[in-house]
Ligand binder design. Structure first.
Ligand SMILES: Cc1cc2nc3c(=O)[nH]c(=O)nc-3n(C[C@H](O)[C@H](O)[C@H](O)COP(=O)(O)O)c2cc1C
Length: 212
């Protein structure tokens, strides 16, 4: 075990923020400070139309009280999954601090205006790539991708490629968020936040400790 995990505070009501998003932000900052590379990388699990699980890595690109935002192709396999079953699970693993965070919740499409604002922060090469790649479809080979990139470059020569209609963001709104802290002898700490809504849809969170 590393000193980091032995020294980590207990995952209990005295040490946890009552708000899971604020708690996540704290852990995220600590992961970054500890030198975790790409702490924003998260596994996104969806369910296919056939009821099978599907998982892949995406990058966390926004977070507020409404949830965790990532951007992708809206015609990709994951987008098809989310169209028919708008629920997802996320997993972050930050090895250097021996921490894992799991999130589960319903998914919605991010407002187009917000997606445009994010799109405009992306380098031109990324935008060209997004236009050129029919994400998740079968392609004949690298040549086909290169040809598509050349076509898109010609199409948008001298202008900024706008946000394609097939590209945007999704937001996972947590109803459960679990923190996992590695500890000695595999007696790891787990704390789960569970969202409960009152009759006026005001959210509050129950924090429970889970056995490792
Ligand atoms: C570190 C890493 C970060 C990634 N980030 C994204 C992302 O933010 N958005 C995205 O669409 N794909 C991202 N990808 C690619 C996806 O893992 C996946 O290949 C792609 O989205 C197609 O998934 P799908 O066919 O299940 O829809 C990333 C891959 C890696 C390894």
């Amino acid at each position: 075990m590393t000193a980091a995990s032995d020294d980590a505070p207990e995952l209990d009501g005295d040490h946890l923020d009552p708000d899971p998003i604020r708690q996540f932000e704290q852990w995220f900052a600590q992961a970054r400070d500890a030198g975790v590379r790409q702490p924003e990388a998260m596994t996104l699990a969806t369910v296919t139309a056939a009821g099978r699980p599907a998982a892949r890595t995406v990058l966390l690109r926004g977070l507020d009280q409404r949830g965790f935002v990532f951007y992708t192709n809206l015609e990709s396999a994951k987008a098809h999954d989310l169209a028919q079953q708008p629920h997802a699970a996320l997993v972050f693993h930050w090895r250097e601090v021996e921490r894992q965070v799991r999130v589960v919740g319903p998914v919605s499409v991010v407002d187009r205006d917000k997606a445009v604002r994010y799109w405009e922060t992306r380098p031109r090469g990324h935008r060209i790539g997004a236009w050129a790649s029919p994400q998740s479809e079968v392609v004949a080979g690298r040549d086909e991708l290169d040809r598509r990139v050349a076509d898109v470059e010609r199409r948008f020569a001298g202008v900024d490629p706008p946000l394609p209609r097939f590209w945007g963001g999704y937001r996972v709104a947590p109803v459960e968020l679990e923190l996992w802290q590695g500890r000695k002898d595999r007696l790891h700490d787990r704390a789960r936040y569970r969202r409960v809504d009152d009759f006026d849809d005001n959210a509050s969170w129950i924090i429970e400790r889970l056995a490792p």
